[in-house]
Design a protein around this ligand. Structure first.
Ligand SMILES: *Cc1c(COP(=O)(O)O)cnc(C)c1O
Length: 233
């Protein structure tokens, strides 16, 4: 089941690339394993999947030692400053930087560990009250401020699109994030690259690929529905 789900998602990504005339090697699938057991992750690992995403630092740190060391763990959820020390060095990419305070905390921790931490800036493109992220018009100022900090490097942008019935409704938001990344890249800010664009989830990843995603974050379509109703997760 898990393996055939994975294959189906990968096929859909290939088809979306073909429709958009994109090179599939530019699109990376992150299997979002939050709330799911390590056995499921192991099954997908054995099927060749290497990028996994978690939205909680605690869960990330619990799972890492139980699984092979060549997994690339992506931290995709909101990060509180008091959790930064556990995220730095464990996540290959932090997708969710949304304030200068958080970036400063990451920078300090990176200094202690002598690392350079790649991050994405989370943008609330659809301006939803319930979502984290900076508004598009705030994005460049935040990136400029982050660019002067040591130990942290902005690699691109991330967005979480609204939950909608018809994924086509999210196409304008993906297009807007792509345009924002092109505009910011044109500013050639020191220590900033706009190579990464993290957008698209189970409901809308094919549209996101068509609109330029370099990372899609897919949970439910691979692992099945999540159950938040029972247990500690
Ligand atoms: C849970 C989550 C996903 C995956 O969502 P699905 O709809 O299950 O694919 C993607 N991105 C973020 C930030 C998430 O928290």
């Amino acid at each position: 089941m898990l393996t055939s789900n994975l294959e189906r998602v990968k096929e859909n990504i290939l088809k979306a690339c073909a429709r958009a005339g994109r090179d599939p090697s530019e699109v990376h699938l992150i299997a979002v394993s939050k709330t799911k057991p390590v056995e499921d992750i192991r099954t997908l690992y054995d099927a060749g999947q290497r990028l996994f995403g978690e939205n909680k630092v605690q869960e990330l740190c619990d799972k890492i030692p139980q699984l092979p060391g060549d997994i690339s763990w992506h931290l995709i959820g909101h990060l509180q400053t008091n959790k930064v020390k556990h995220a730095v060095g464990n996540a290959v990419l932090i997708h969710s930087v949304d304030s200068l305070k958080l970036a400063e905390t990451i920078s300090k921790e990176a200094g202690k560990k002598q690392l350079v931490v790649p991050v994405l800036i989370e943008v609330n493109v659809a301006r939803e009250d319930t979502k984290f992220g900076v508004y598009p018009e705030e994005c460049e100022d935040l990136i400029a401020a982050v660019s002067s900090l040591p130990g942290i490097r902005t690699e691109g942008l991330m967005t979480i699109a609204p939950a909608v019935e018809n994924p086509e409704e999210n196409r304008p938001f993906f297009r807007k994030l792509k345009q924002l990344s092109v505009d910011i890249a044109a500013k050639k800010i020191h220590n900033v690259s706009m190579n990464a664009l993290s957008m698209g989830m189970t409901n809308d990843y094919e549209i996101a690929v068509e609109e330029g995603a370099s990372f899609v974050r897919v949970g439910t379509a691979i692992f099945g529905a999540r159950n938040y109703g029972t247990g500690e997760l």
